[in-house]
Design a protein around this ligand. Sequence first.
Ligand SMILES: Cc1ncc(C[n+]2csc(CCOP(=O)(O)OP(=O)(O)O)c2C)c(N)n1
Ligand code: SF4
Length: 300
Amino acid sequence: MKTNAVNLTETEYLLPGNRACPGCALSLAYRHILKALEGQVIVTVPASCLTVLHGMYPVTSVNVPCVNTPFPSTGASATGLVAGLKALGKKGLTVLAIAGDGGTHDIGIQALSGAAERQEDFIYICYDNEGYMNTGNQRSGSTPLGAISGTTPILGKQQNQKDMTAIMEAHSIPYVATANASYPLDLYEKVRKAKAIEGTRFIHVFTPCPPGWGFPYSDTIKIGELAVKTGWVVLYEVEDGTFRLTSASESIARRGNLRPVRDYLREQGRFKNITEEQINELQDWVNARWSRCLDRATSL
Ligand SMILES: Cc1ncc(C[n+]2csc(CCOP(=O)(O)OP(=O)(O)O)c2C)c(N)n1
Ligand code: SF4
């Protein structure tokens, strides 16, 4: 049965009163990720906004066990947790490694790539707020072309983001998927699916960040939806090599009408100095990826 707002589990693992900013998409995504894992999970997380959300000892807003790991080591930490559970003969627990884009695309890529190549048995979720937000919005390998950040002031970043999901797919792991906090049920179902699969599973979750991206706290859901409606984010999964568009991306593919990427960019202060040339470059990038996705979506 498909998950909907009525049959979604009511149990909460992310409790009220966490330390994330108002309107943070990470809180919404994390809430649904933990619901999907039903508390049967050990989380490992490097320094990030998520560690801030978890809280400072002796208080925490999360009622699942969690290991804080050094920034480059999330894949290694998850590998060790899986080995430890096996040595203890403990079954039925999922190891969840979850890190930001800085901790995934850049600093944690080596440990993650090694673990995926060894087919270690854990779920890795990258929540992507397209910058090192916890330390004041420095540019990361996921910050887009033209975006202003703490380390790309005035002119914005001069390179576009790297496609981490494609990099993970190239590791031939059994499950990779993209998701978006504005589509929490799609995210929930992908985590449920990943939970039932053995081996390294990777989910990339788009999580808009109001203060870092320069939009009002009340617009988080709208920004996430616009990302999908313009093709900036494509919702899909690849299970054992089979590609499938999901949720709103699948509906758009059937109707065939992406909105211009300009509609997404103009809502955010970080793109206030973007040039026409850069907008055209981003539109070409979006178009090229969308047509690759349509070519792969055999079920359409
Ligand atoms: C080795 C190391 N370098 C730098 C830091 C400082 N630091 C802590 S959190 C953070 C930003 C993390 O960015 P990201 O992984 O994208 O997660 P986000 O903060 O955006 O949630 C940085 C640079 C650190 N803790 N360890
Ligand atoms: S800085 Fe951004 S990602 Fe971090 S807690 Fe605030 S809204 Fe969330």
